[in-house]
Design a protein around this ligand. Structure first.
Ligand SMILES: [Zn+2]
Length: 227
């Protein structure tokens, strides 16, 4: 009877390699390379990584209002009295919120879903903090919800579900529900933009007059013929 060969890897190293595979996009080989690098070439970095990971795990929870990561019960952005209560922007992740914030062009409130609907990954409506989202949607003074989930199939499905959820609440006065527009990127040349994006930019075109603040035209089939 063949004996089971002893593992070439110490048990604690095997556990580390296994743990590193929890990171997105990291498979067994990459995890082994990372573990070897940390243990052999950069032990101080490995110690910092371990301590900061434990520190973050112990200190960081979710903001009771917007659901983003926070060390306090309510995050700094939600406590900022200078923000508008009239707009609520819904995003998938804290990174998405940071990206929007860095544009400096939004002064309202946020809600972070910490995910999106993804039936293939077992994420259904009950895995998303929808009751907490509805609580924010019912706050006095709110006029508009801007759905800024990603333009992936899952992000689109989530946007549709949020829209349906809000419409079914019978909120009074009814909220304006908006979706982030899609279009040609800033500095982009049409020649290098994919056809799907160009088609979307045509559907979501906006008039240049009388005011650049005018709402976008409703989606309509386009006629390329001159009138
Ligand atoms: Zn918050």
């Amino acid at each position: 009877m063949a004996k089971t060969a002893p593992s070439a890897m110490p048990a604690s190293l095997a556990a580390l390699v296994d743990a590193l595979q929890a990171l997105p996009g990291v498979g067994p080989k990459t995890a082994q390379r990372m573990a070897t690098h940390l243990l052999q070439s950069d032990r101080p970095a490995a110690e910092r990584l371990g301590q900061s990971l434990l520190g973050a795990l112990h200190r960081i929870g979710h903001c009771a209002r917007c659901n983003t990561f926070s060390e306090e019960p309510i995050c700094g952005l939600c406590l900022d009295g200078g923000r508008s209560e009239a707009q609520l922007c819904v995003v998938e992740t804290p990174t998405d919120m940071l990206m929007l914030e860095q544009t400096g062009s939004f002064q309202g409130r946020y809600f972070v879903l910490m995910g999106r609907l993804s039936p293939l990954d077992g994420v259904g409506p009950s895995q998303l903090p929808l009751p907490q989202f509805l609580e924010q949607a019912r706050r006095p003074g709110l006029e508009e919800v801007i759905i800024a989930t990603n333009f992936t199939p899952e992000g689109e499905a989530t946007a549709h579900a949020l829209e349906t959820l809000l419409q079914g609440q019978g909120l009074s006065p009814p909220l304006r529900i908006a979706r982030l527009a899609r279009g040609v990127p800033a500095g982009g040349e049409l020649e290098y933009v994919d056809l799907g994006t160009i088609a979307q930019a045509l559907r979501e075109r906006r008039p240049l007059s009388p005011s650049p603040e005018s709402p976008p035209l409703p989606p309509k089939p386009l006629s390329l013929k001159q009138p």
